[in-house]
Write a new protein. Structure first.
Length: 293
């Protein structure tokens, strides 16, 4: 289930890349998040019915859930909108790996909260920096505008993950996800209605991209993650889900080879080498620490 979720998330970078060719990043992100929230409503209903049949308590919509949904939704809106906008200028494969840097950034933040990082963390940081250099900085020592925007979104995703980590033990996970999608989508669409001129025709023309990103990425993949993590230890789960960056690159390479025109095109050997190093860094961070007997 977690591997399927990673495949779905990896391919969603392609959907985002194609979607922003027709409509703005804000419009695309707003519509797909609202669609993802709607998709999760029947999932919540089914899960609640199952709990009632087993005699288990059903989590209610209370103040904690609302606060959690609003705060997480704001962070998600900043992160996902920046990521989608950055993909106007960079390739889906590069965006997938740059986004995955949040797994390296989170342990570094621990330094400022008094947590002494393991040696593997520093190895991962150095490896990730080299990988970023190879992937994003060309021979003229210039960096793509889209890569910078996606990198900023990775830091925003760190804020989102830390917020989720704080609130998730206190509220129902699926209901939190549904509410955060509603909040994220609502913020984007309010911006669209005030500052943009959204036309129905372009939205209908990219229905496949919006549908995949909303139904599959937000709705289906999140449900697979929720169920899959119940039967998997956290380290294995995080490593499996980090494969989304690999699948985003593989999907990009395959589609470009088949003749698809994608933003940024296919990755060259230098960029692929950077991807490999960044993936090694991600794995280093997630390796469990040996406990002293």
């Amino acid at each position: 289930m977690l591997l399927l979720a990673a495949i779905v998330w990896g391919a969603s970078f392609i959907a985002q890349s194609k979607g922003v060719e027709l409509i703005s990043a804000t419009s695309f992100n707003g519509i797909r998040c609202l669609l993802g929230a709607v998709v999760l409503l029947p999932v919540i209903f089914i899960l609640d019915m199952g709990k009632k049949k087993r005699g288990a308590a059903v989590a209610k919509i209370d103040k904690n859930l609302i606060v959690a949904g609003v705060v997480c939704g704001i962070f998600l809106c900043i992160a996902s909108t920046l990521q989608t906008y950055g993909m106007v200028f960079t390739s889906p494969g590069k965006a997938g790996f740059i986004t995955a840097l949040y797994m390296v950034i989170i342990p570094i933040i621990g330094v400022f909260t008094g947590k002494k990082p393991r040696a593997a963390i520093w190895v991962a940081v150095v490896t990730a920096v080299i990988g970023m250099y190879l992937m994003c900085i060309d021979s003229k020592l210039t960096i793509n505008k889209g890569d910078v925007i996606v990198l900023i979104s990775a830091f925003a995703f760190v804020g989102h993950i830390l917020t989720i980590d704080y609130f998730s033990p206190k509220v129902d996970g699926v209901k939190l996800s549904c509410l955060q999608f509603f909040v994220c989508g609502a913020i984007d669409m309010i911006y669209v209605f005030i500052f943009e001129d959204l036309q129905l025709a372009p939205v209908l023309n990219c229905w496949a991209s919006i549908g995949y990103a909303g139904i599959m990425s937000c709705g289906v993949a999140y449900t697979l993650q929720i169920v899959g993590q119940k039967y998997t230890d956290p380290t294995s789960a995080s490593i499996l889900m980090s494969l989304e960056s690999v699948f985003s690159t593989l999907t990009t390479v395959i589609l470009v080879a088949c003749g698809w025109q994608l933003t940024g095109g296919a990755l060259n050997l230098r960029e692929l080498s950077g991807c490999v190093l960044m993936f090694v860094a991600i794995i280093f961070v997630q390796l469990p620490e040996k406990k002293r007997s």
